[in-house]
Design a protein around this ligand. Structure first.
Ligand SMILES: N[C@@H](CCC(=O)N[C@@H](CS)C(=O)NCC(=O)O)C(=O)O
Length: 216
C-alpha cells in the first residue's frame, strides 16, 4: 500500500508541484485522477464538502491528514522528509516569498493562459490572452534574472521554492504558443538542472489523464 495518495490530473501544473516533490523525495505514492474537465468533479458539493472546500486540486492524503494548496503540501513533505527544506528562518521566509510570487504571478498566470488556449470552450478572448501574456512575460523575466545569479532560486541547493516554480514550466511549448526555455535561457538551464535530479518525471508521466480526453 502506498503511503500517500495525491488527487490530481495530468494537465494540472498546480498538482504537478506535489507529484514532482513526492517523486523527488522517493515517497511511495499513487495518484487518484479527478474528472476535472468532463464532469467538473471539483465543482460538485460532495467534493467541496468531503474533499476540499476550496474546490481545487491538488489534495494530498496521508492517513487521516488531508492537505491542499501545493505550497502547504510542499512544506509538509519537506518537513517530513527533511529534503528540499529551506534551512533557517531567513531561507524559510525567502522560500515562502518565492512560493507566493509563483502561485500568484508566475504559474498563477501561466495556468489560466494555457487553460484558455487549449481547453476552454470558447477559447480565451484575445484581450484576456494579451493581458495574461504581458504579465507572464514580465514575471518570467523576474525569475530569469534571479536564476542568472544562482543555479536555484535560493542559491546553490534546490528547495521547495524551485519545485513550486516548475508548476507549468515543463508542459509542451505548443500548449503555450511560446517556448519558455528558449525565451528565458536562465530558466531553460534551471529546468535542465531540475530534470537531472533523481526521481524527476514529466507531468504527463507522473499524473493520469494524458492525452486530454482520456480517462485517468
Ligand atoms: N494555489 C493553488 C492553486 C490550485 C488550483 O488552482 N488548481 C486548479 C487545477 S490546476 C483547480 O483545481 N481549479 C479549480 C477550478 O478551476 O474549478 C495550489 O497551488 O494548490
Amino acid at each position: 500500500m502506498s503511503d500517500y495518495k495525491l488527487i490530481c490530473f495530468a494537465q494540472s501544473g498546480n498538482a504537478y508541484r506535489a507529484a514532482l516533490m513526492l517523486n523527488l523525495i522517493g515517497a511511495s505514492w499513487k495518484p487518484q485522477w479527478v474528472d476535472f474537465f468532463g464532469e467538473g468533479v471539483q465543482r460538485k458539493p460532495e467534493y467541496r464538502e468531503g474533499v476540499n472546500e476550496m474546490g481545487e486540486v491538488p489534495v494530498l492524503i496521508d492517513g487521516d491528514k488531508r492537505l491542499t494548496q501545493s505550497g502547504v503540501i510542499l512544506t509538509y513533505l519537506a518537513r517530513k522528509s527533511g529534503k528540499f527544506l529551506p534551512q533557517g528562518e531567513d531561507q524559510e521566509l525567502e522560500s515562502l516569498r518565492w512560493i507566493i510570487f509563483d502561485n500568484q504571478k508566475v504559474n498563477g498566470f501561466l495556468g489560466p493562459f494555457r487553460f484558455l488556449k487549449n481547453f476552454a470552450k470558447p477559447a480565451g478572448d484575445p484581450a484576456v490572452m494579451g493581458f495574461l501574456k504581458a504579465r507572464i512575460d514580465a514575471n518570467l523575466a523576474i525569475v530569469n534574472k534571479r536564476l542568472e545569479k544562482a543555479p536555484f532560486l535560493l542559491g546553490d541547493k534546490p528547495t521547495i521554492a524551485d519545485i513550486s516554480i516548475c508548476g507549468y514550466l515543463y508542459y509542451p511549448a505548443e500548449e503555450f504558443g511560446f517556448d519558455i526555455a528558449k525565451d528565458y535561457p536562465a530558466i531553460g538551464k534551471f529546468l535542465d538542472r531540475m530534470k537531472a535530479l533523481p526521481g524527476w518525471g514529466h507531468p504527463y508521466d507522473l499524473m493520469p489523464g494524458h492525452p486530454f480526453g482520456t480517462k485517468g
